[in-house]
Design a protein around this ligand. Structure first.
Ligand SMILES: Cc1ncc(COP(=O)(O)O)c(C=O)c1O
Length: 344
């Protein structure tokens, strides 16, 4: 029996078309800027996002780190959400490698940060304070229910940035999910940002890689920083080829993933002992909890695992499910039946 794996959309496997394109890829030494497949991917990604240039990087983490390193001189301060992936899950890289002071501001449940909090967090010029250099946003927001953040909010943040001479970065690991959920061109969501990184290896199902986009000067510096971090890859067109298939073929899949997450949430909301806020489900991520007087969270994970349904308990009795191309509507229905059987 197939494993139904809701742990993350990072578990997606490359499609047959991706594998074939990897086999056929024309490659060269990308550190010498001679890999035609990487160049094609970078140009295509930049064009889709409405930016002047792109840079293929091994991971979303490296794309974010490079962006911070380029935007933030050592000892300056970056404003970011207290539930952001960069703050929580990127091993403190911005401070370890960049000497960047992180200033965490409370994320609302929809992934936004109060505009007033951002305004008042920007430092005055005073010898006691670090200088503020960057505002970083995340879209969709992983820890905040996978919520997509709309263009109006992002524009209002970039207005503050402009008034104060700051840069804006978007961790758009799932920016195409946001565009699909909001039914807008992805360009609108990133138009007012100075840099954006998105992942090919999540819902878009490529095996490896992310693309960082921005203006030509930014990407020129980012290329240098990528080299310094050891992220200059040679004949990596082999993997970039799969990314081109992601952009050409996989974006419509995201709508199916969102519909499956909604169906899952609606089903969970009818099972006694489980609770979920269905209003919060807009993309491919949902959080739910179990009443531990019925069953402990760890036991629920273990029992579902015995039936080959995998997911993470993110805090006691609270779980995250992520839908993706390897999960069908039938898998969703099987999962709902299993929850019901196991709990009652
Ligand atoms: C919002 C967000 N940003 C960045 C990343 C990092 O991506 P990677 O795993 O490719 O380093 C992730 C990974 O899950 C993510 O969810």
């Amino acid at each position: 029996m197939k494993i139904i794996d809701f742990r993350s959309d990072t578990v997606t496997l490359p499609t047959d078309e991706m594998r074939q394109s990897m086999f056929d890829a024309k490659v060269g030494d990308d550190v010498l800027e001679e890999d035609p497949t990487i160049q094609k991917l970078e140009q295509h990604a930049a064009q889709l996002l409405g930016k002047a240039a792109g840079l293929f990087v091994p991971s979303g983490t490296m794309g974010n780190l490079i962006s911070f390193l380029v935007h933030c001189p050592r000892g300056t301060e970056a404003l970011l959400g207290d539930k952001s992936h960069t703050f929580i899950y990127e091993a403190g890289g911005i401070s370890a490698f960049g000497g960047i002071h992180s200033h965490q501001l409370s994320n609302n449940d929809d992934g936004t940060i109060e505009i007033e909090h951002i305004k008042s967090a920007v430092r005055n010029d005073n010898v006691h304070f670090p200088r503020t250099s960057l505002i970083s946003l995340e879209n969709t927001h992983n820890m905040c229910f996978g919520t997509p953040i709309d263009a109006d909010y992002i524009t209002s943040i970039s207005d503050i940035a402009q008034e104060n001479g700051l840069q804006v970065h978007i961790d758009g690991a799932r920016i195409f999910n946001a565009a699909v959920a909001l039914n807008v061109d992805v360009k609108e969501l990133v138009a007012s940002a100075d840099s954006v990184t998105f992942c090919l290896s999540k819902g878009l199902t490529a095996p490896v890689g992310s693309v960082l986009c921005g203006d030509k000067d930014f990407i020129h510096e980012a290329r240098r920083m990528r080299k310094a971090l050891g992220g200059g890859m040679r004949q990596a067109g082999i993997i970039a080829a799969a990314g081109l298939v992601s952009l050409d073929k996989m974006i419509p899949q995201l709508k199916i993933d969102h519909d499956n997450a909604k169906r899952l949430a609606d089903g969970i909301s009818t099972i006694s002992g489980l609770s979920v806020n269905t209003e919060r489900v807009h993309t491919n991520i949902l959080y739910f909890s179990v009443d531990d007087s019925i069953m402990k969270g760890s036991e629920l994970v273990q029992k579902m695992g015995q039936h080959k349904v995998k997911f993470f308990e993110v805090s006691p009795n609270r779980f995250r499910l992520v839908t993706h191309s390897n999960i069908s509507l039938e898998n969703v229905n099987t999962t709902l039946e299993l929850f019901d059987t196991i709990l009652h």
